[in-house]
Design a protein around this ligand. Structure first.
Ligand SMILES: Nc1ncnc2c1ncn2[C@@H]1O[C@H](COP(=O)(O)OP(=O)(O)OP(=O)(O)O)[C@@H](O)[C@H]1O
Length: 144
């Protein structure tokens, strides 16, 4: 992808402001773009022992960035992949959402045919678990 400018981060990742001159890319992705190498390092080469889940869109690995931050790395499977344009468009929407009840997106990686999303790693992460625990923690008063 021949677009710039890139602002370098210590982790080896870059916060990318894509001011594209390439027709097929969207205007602004205000999130970190990781290199495949950085994510491979963080997950020990996507070691199966670091695999924490499998969703409808691909495998999820636990990883640790150089700065110590724990991450969940979602490697989108080939079957689930959209075109690059759609992927980046979606990324743009997600990266602009920030909410206390949502897992934070740290960034992404697009390299060759790889499409990877990087999230904040959550302990006791399963949504199902959260949904099971949640009603007890926050009982809802139903109106009669
Ligand atoms: N941020 C995260 N932190 C820790 N574990 C995660 C995180 N995101 C996903 N996981 C783990 O990976 C599994 C798969 O997650 P993923 O988001 O790919 O799919 P899903 O939520 O199970 O369903 P769907 O594919 O419909 O989105 C989860 O069930 C969870 O165990």
């Amino acid at each position: 992808m021949g677009c710039s400018p890139f602002f370098c981060y210590k982790s080896g990742a870059t916060r990318q402001q894509i001011s594209t001159h390439t027709e097929d890319l969207p205007g602004d992705i205000n999130t970190i773009r990781y290199t495949y190498k950085e994510l491979a390092r963080a997950t020990e080469n996507f070691n199966p022992s670091n695999k924490i889940g499998e969703g409808g869109f691909g495998s999820v690995y636990k990883g640790r960035l150089r700065n110590g931050k724990l991450i969940a790395v979602k490697v989108l499977s080939v079957e689930s992949r959209q075109g690059l344009k759609e992927f980046l468009n979606e990324l743009m929407s997600i990266s602009n959402i920030s909410h206390g009840n949502l897992v934070s997106l740290y960034g992404y990686c697009v390299e060759g045919n790889q499409r990877i999303l990087v999230y904040n790693y959550l302990e006791n992460n399963s949504l199902a678990q959260t949904l099971l625990v949640w009603p007890q923690q926050y009982p809802v008063q139903l109106e009669k």
